[in-house]
Design a protein around this ligand. Structure first.
Ligand code: G6P
Length: 608
């Protein structure tokens, strides 16, 4: 949520920061800007409502500064506009601040500063930071790091910030509390960014700053302070190919990531199958066999697609391991004063590992003495660190705002967890082997579905003209329907509601008409005939049906059929979701939407 990039070194900073902002644009994209120290102890700021490309088009040629901070915004306080774009300055134009997060006491601080005669240029919460830092300079001889530290002492809320003082172009101060911030340490240059994607083309040596850290960056290195005292933060070498952040021949990141799913599933499985005992080996979980046996319930927490992947995970755990399992949106959980049980395993799901609501739910569980593990995409992220144990997805970075390969890799991680929990209990070796064979078949079967993209594109092109759709499924198909509907809402902006197929007749059937078609998820399981009954009910009311299932003969009942290969019944939902990703993607393309940057959304939501 909002992207930050800062550079200090020997190279021209502006092209580097602009390139970094482009890579971070998926975090927020309603406005963009950057600041460089100018002659005369003033800051030069370039910023605009719109995309990073709009900013780049406005920049003067030949900006030679070797220090810069930049920002791409997802609006919280104040509409997207040129003045509300970051960086923000103090009145004298000496201090520039970019900020990710929310200053919760901004209104109070603003009132106090206004009473002191400060005139605000923007409606943002961030601008108070620039004025407060300037006030610290006015109060006495102090360096930028001290001025920032004292200022942050007055701030309630969350932040990742980068600050420049025009009189000291040889340093940048950054700090984090609740919003991600990483340092990239190169040869006589240091970068800071809110996300790895802006760093890995320059260096793999990365420092994950922790909440409460403040760092001073200089071309020759960095120092980290906590509570005013030096803290040691040694860079780790991250294992990410810079190519992972290149679009290649794909028209959109979402398309690329949908097509990366066979490889992502392969990686999620690598090294985790134990053929000898027909189980999954999950070394990062940190649970002994005895502790594993003592788990009486599994509760899964996440937001958006991570929550829905958790619902599929709960279904897998319950069906395979026969342990009661449920999933809940992380923010709902945290605010309802949940009962935390000692024999429940809580699982936090997050691609970014930075989602504020999910992190807060983790802290709520821990505060009440519960055991929580992570199913996380980003290694070393806040949720991964807070949980301390769990399962990394190894799906590679996901750039498109809407989640596809991460959703699928998460489902596979839960299938592994379910297998592991099941084999510690009563799942037979034969069933273990059956599921392992099913898991190993997934990458090839996903590739098979992707090979039928042309047919899905044609259906999507026809169906994109409907104003909305209902998605229905029973039991194993229910989560598939929910995730399919979410994809359609997110990228095609079509109203899509998911319902258990059994509930259709209890209300939503009233919506059925020729222009509100139904997507019905119909696996070849014991509920197939009941699902066909639902299709007949829709057809009898002049509704149109797209069936997604295993049997080509569904054609006799539905108007359109997308056929997917059969796996094991428990794992079928993983495959049934794939055509629905492509359906949403091609509907969005047909409608001319910005697929990777859907309106109003951001990938990593680090605010409440
Ligand atoms: C946002 C994104 C979703 C994502 C959710 C959770 O809402 O738009 O695609 O599923 O955040 O993100 P996380 O990083 O925690 O998985």
């Amino acid at each position: 949520m909002c992207g930050i990039v800062a550079y200090i070194g020997r190279r021209p900073a502006v092209p580097l920061v602009v390139d970094g902002l482009r890579r971070l644009e998926y975090r927020g994209y309603d406005s963009a800007g950057l600041a460089i120290p100018d002659r005369g102890d003033k800051m030069a700021v370039h910023k605009t409502a719109g995309r990073v490309d709009d900013l780049a088009a406005r920049l003067p040629k030949r900006l030679t500064a070797t220090t810069a901070i930049g920002h791409t915004r997802w609006a919280t306080h104040g509409v997207p506009s040129d003045v509300n774009a970051h960086p923000h300055l103090d009145t004298a134009g000496r201090v520039a601040v970019v900020h990710n997060g929310i200053v919760e006491n901004a209104a109070e601080l603003r009132a106090r500063l206004t009473a002191e005669g400060v005139v605000f240029a923007s409606d943002t919460d961030t601008e108070v930071l620039a004025h407060l830092i300037a006030r610290e300079f006015a109060a006495g001889e102090r360096g930028l790091a001290d001025a920032v530290r004292i200022t942050l002492g007055h701030i309630a809320g969350t932040y990742g910030i980068a600050v420049l003082d025009a009189t000291r172009p040889d340093e940048i101060v950054v700090a984090r509390n609740g919003s991600p911030l990483l340092l990239g340490v190169g040869e006589r240059e240091v970068l800071a960014a809110s996300d790895l994607s802006a760093l890995v083309t320059h260096t793999r040596r990365v420092v994950h700053l922790q909440d409460g850290d403040l760092a001073v960056l200089r071309a020759g290195g960095y120092e980290v302070h906590r509570d005013g005292a030096p803290a040691s933060r040694v860079p780790e070498v991250v294992d990410i190919e810079p190519m992972a952040y290149e679009l290649g021949p794909h028209p959109h990141w979402m398309h690329k990531e949908i097509h990366e799913q066979p490889a992502a599933v392969e990686r999620a499985l690598t090294g985790r199958i134990d053929d000898r005992f027909a189980t999954a080996h999950l070394g990062g979980l940190g649970l002994s066999p005895r502790e594993t046996r003592e788990i009486r319930r599994v509760v899964i927490l996440g937001c958006g697609s991570a929550y829905l992947a958790g619902r599929l995970g709960a279904q897998l755990v319950e069906e395979i391991a026969r342990i009661p399992a449920s999933a809940e949106p992380a923010a709902e959980f945290r605010y309802r004063n949940p009962v935390i049980e000692p024999d429940t395993l809580y699982v936090a799901v997050s691609q970014s590992g930075e989602t504020y609501d999910t992190l807060s739910a983790v802290q709520e569980v821990q505060r009440k003495g519960g055991r929580v593990v992570g199913v996380v995409g980003m290694v070393g992220s806040a949720i991964a660190r807070e949980c301390g144990s769990g399962i990394y997805l190894h799906a590679g970075p996901e750039v498109s705002v809407t989640s596809t390969k991460t959703y699928t890799a998460t489902a596979v991680a839960f299938a592994l967890l379910a297998l592991h929990l099941g084999r510690v209990r009563d799942l037979s070796p034969a069933d273990g082997r059956r599921l392992i064979a099913g898991l190993r078949a997934l990458p090839g079967q996903i590739a098979e579905i992707l090979a039928s993209e042309k047919q899905i594109r044609e259906v999507a092109a026809r169906w994109a003209s409907y104003p909305g759709m209902l998605y229905v499924g029973r039991v194993r198909g229910a989560v598939v329907a929910s995730e399919g509907a979410l994809k359609l809402k997110e990228v095609a902006y079509l109203h899509a509601e998911a319902y258990p197929a059994s509930e259709l007749k209890h209300g939503p059937l009233a919506l059925i008409s020729p222009d509100r078609p139904v997507v019905a998820v119909i696996p070849d399981d014991e509920l197939r005939d009941k699902n066909l009954g639902t299709v007949a009910e829709v057809k009898a009311r002049d509704g149109r049906v797209l069936a997604v299932g295993h049997d080509p003969e569904l054609k006799a009942a539905a108007d359109e059929v997308l056929v997917v290969p059969r796996n094991e019944p428990e794992l079928d939902p993983v495959l049934l979701g794939i055509p629905l990703q492509l359906l949403a993607y091609h509907a969005a393309v047909t409608l001319g939407h910005d697929v990777d940057r859907p309106r109003n959304l951001a990938k990593s939501v680090t605010v409440e």
